[in-house]
Design a binder for this molecule. Sequence first.
Ligand SMILES: *Cc1c(COP(=O)(O)O)cnc(C)c1O
Length: 416
Amino acid sequence: MTDWKFRGNRELKTASAFSIARVIGDVKTNLDQSDERPIIPLSIGDPSIFSCFRTAQVAEDAVVDALRSANFNGYAPKGGALQPRRSLAEYLSSNLPYKLSPDDVYVTVGAKQAIEVVLSALRRPDANILLPKPGYPAYEALSVMNHLQVRHFDLVQEKNWEVDLNGVQALADDKTVAMVIINPGNPCGNVYTRDHLKEIAETARRLGILVIADEAYAHLTFGSNPFVPMGLFGNIAPVLTLGSLSKRWMVPGWRIGWIARSDPDGIFEKQGIVDCIRRSLITNTEPATFIQAALPQILEKTTDDFFVKAVNVLRKDADMCYERLKKIPCFTCLQKPQGSLFLMVKLDMSQLQDINDDMDFCSKLAKEESVILLPGFVLRMKNWVRVTFGIEPAALEDGLARVKAFCLRHAATSKC
Ligand SMILES: *Cc1c(COP(=O)(O)O)cnc(C)c1O
């Protein structure tokens, strides 16, 4: 008998436990194939499938032109060609008090690879990283793969999901390297004020850690707080900003994103982070060349009417979602979302019968109403659910009506 020496990597099992796609896959196994109504996906943030969120024509044209030119069929330079980096630096500098240079910017395969690259650059024996709860599970998964110990700080619902900065202070020790903030927020739909972002930077400075600012939803705001980039406070604590075209341009399949350094004092250079990001990019793969080549045109030529139209639909969606959900007695939903594509809802289990927990709620909802929600446990929020409102308004209305019917059918008291 041969003694086979190879076996599967156990770490992948731990890492993929934090996968939204996997949990949604599990929820979908409950769908009733005989239900003839359309499935309403209120689980994953991908508006691109709805015609009202089709990307800007100039963006499509830019990709077609780049492809047709036949100039971009070769390998791309590591970390991105100069032209796309120059145009990204310009785009990201537009609301900063100083100018980013093309050398401060790296092109990545979506914001997801930006997370991968940054975490791999920070990996060090015994290092730990502070992540928001609730947050974005890819950080947990990639921390596992990079041997970074994860510690969670709370976002406080009663304070518009602001960071519990005392909690951050209490969690950190001399092995803490970074904290992650996601603004506008996935999954809470919060948009932080300038004052709060400044407090975050001051806390990071006190702790001697860097801020990873996930701005995947930059500019997707429709409430009273405007989007303020974390890079504004790079002079207080060094900031790595992560972003992509995926959400603002509604093209997540194009897989193009970036990392930007906001660090006027050159701390990243001194701490060896710049070198490590470069090396990490060398060992990684790069985005398709024709998408990179299209980037300058996309960033420079997309006009406000595209953004305004998309944000107006999202504002209407967010209002409708909040107004309808808050009237369902077994739900608690304190704030109207101000940005991103999501909100979090707390389930009051005492008002529901024959539902055990958030996963059970989502499974039965899928089975009975063909509506998909994300159970909160994957975001470490047991008995909460995440709702995506970034879909076509008529479909959202239909989905919310079905959620309500489901809750009424499973109400524990006649009141619910
Ligand atoms: C979608 C998302 C990402 C990943 O973005 P891609 O560009 O699709 O890779 C990163 N962070 C957050 C918070 C997201 O919601």
